[in-house]
Design a binder for this molecule. Structure first.
Ligand code: FAD
Length: 380
């Protein structure tokens, strides 16, 4: 990449730390109006959480504010600008949520709440759910809900589209550039990395599981972000699996979904972890298999591949976007939890709006999203 032939000392308007989906989207939406630098510690920008997701777009997942951010991202992901990606970013999938007979009332209440951002959501009879995914264990399906408009996301195409588009607008993306120190003087941040030293008056902390650590390097107090490990395994698929929706239980103790001719299973684990290169634990792999086998008529003969990644949560589980109220020029873009891919377009546009205009884009605010509920100031 051109980016490695660095000027050792360069000045930009905005330095984004982290080139996962959050940093890439921010760079893309900032790039038309600012000189943007992106610094990424790894040699592959999607190496951490962004490259390890289940690649689902669902408007029924997470807090109401998260569901609103997902809904506000739909139009960009469904119809990106010409040339952004070679193939559609979103393709049909659907989500089937299943519960026990005793969960009927809770599920009905959820369906009502979900309809504000996912109007197509509907209750299914257990028999309809079993007809849709015939491997399901009938004893485990006492009630069911379908979100027909949930989609698969081509995460690689989306992430590459943001990065390619950023470069086309003039952004500089430097890989193998862990930001080791950050200091502010005379209104400018100086960032040092083994790839060089850079200056910008505004820093965007999009460092994923390391966002608190990056803030500490800049002398800020942490927000209390907690990375939580989640495990995924790939198994050989049953015949006709490709058309199934993703299946998840109401309590989120497991899910499975068709994935490139196979099935992706997860025990939906949420084990707190330091910010590391997450690896799958044998116990979580065994749980993924056990819960899948209990919920279906299949037994798992072979695990094709397995991985783990970190989902990073703020203390209130809502996403974070905004300037730190205690330090000039330090913008947090963090706590993307299990929703960072599907919310990336709205979050990138929110970052650009707050940094360049001091306000959310009006169409995003019309989803009921406020700057206050995303602000890091709620933890100060
Ligand atoms: C199993 C699993 C399933 C998931 N399923 C979904 C899903 O279906 N849909 C969805 O929307 N989301 C899903 N997620 C969540 C999603 O993957 C994350 O929310 C998202 O990838 C977070 O993006 P990010 O850019 O914040 O973090 P990351 O992708 O981790 O990027 C942060 C980057 O910052 C870099 N960095 C850190 N410190 C420094 C430093 N000092 N200097 C320079 N660079 C630094 C890191 O190297 C990293 O590349 C899932 C996650 C997991 C693990």
């Amino acid at each position: 990449m051109q980016e490695s032939a660095l000027a050792i000392h360069s000045t930009f308007d905005i330095a984004v730390i982290g080139a996962g989906i959050a940093g890439a989207a921010a760079a893309y939406f900032l790039g038309a109006r600012a000189r943007v630098l992106v610094l990424e510690q790894e040699s592959q920008p999607g190496y951490h959480s962004t490259g390890r997701s289940a690649a689902l777009f669902t408007e029924t997942y997470g807090l109401a504010s998260t569901r609103a951010l997902t809904a506000a991202s739909r139009s960009f992901l469904a119809s990106p600008p010409a040339g952004f990606a070679e193939h559609p970013i979103l393709t049909p999938r659907g989500v089937l949520l299943i519960g026990q007979e005793a969960d009927r009332r809770a599920m009905a209440a959820q369906i009502d709440a979900f309809r504000s951002y996912a109007p197509g959501v509907r209750r299914l009879e257990p028999s309809e759910a079993l007809a849709m995914v015939p491997i399901l264990n009938a004893a485990r399906v006492g009630c069911a809900m379908l979100e027909p408009d949930a989609k698969d996301i081509d995460t690689h195409a989306l992430h590459s589209g943001y990065l390619r588009g950023s470069r086309a607008q003039g952004a500089t993306i430097v890989l193998d550039a862990e930001v080791e120190s950050i200091a502010r003087s005379a209104g400018v941040w100086r960032l040092t990395s083994r790839a060089g030293t850079f200056e910008a008056p505004i820093v965007v902390d999009a460092a994923g599981a390391w966002a608190d650590a990056v803030a500490q390097r800049a002398g800020l107090a942490v927000l209390g972000l907690v990375p939580k490990r989640r495990t995924a395994v790939i198994i050989d698929a049953a015949a006709n699996a490709a058309a199934w929706p993703m299946v998840m239980d109401l309590q989120e103790t497991f899910y499975f979904k068709p994935d490139a001719g196979r099935l992706l299973l997860s025990p939906a684990d949420e084990t707190p972890s330091p910010p590391v290169d997450a690896q799958p634990e044998e116990l979580d792999i065994a749980l993924a298999v056990e819960r899948f086998e209990q919920s279906t008529s299949l037994s798992v003969a072979r695990i094709v591949s397995k991985w783990a990644g970190l989902r990073v949560f703020a203390p209130d589980k809502a996403l974070v976007a905004g300037f730190d109220p205690c330090t000039d020029g330090f913008f947090w873009l963090a706590g993307q939890g299990g929703y960072g891919i599907q919310t990336s377009a709205a979050m990138g546009r929110i970052a650009a709006g707050l940094i360049l205009d001091g306000a959310l884009p009006a169409d995003i605010a019309s989803f009921g999203i406020s700057a206050a509920e995303l602000s890091p100031g709620r933890f100060r």
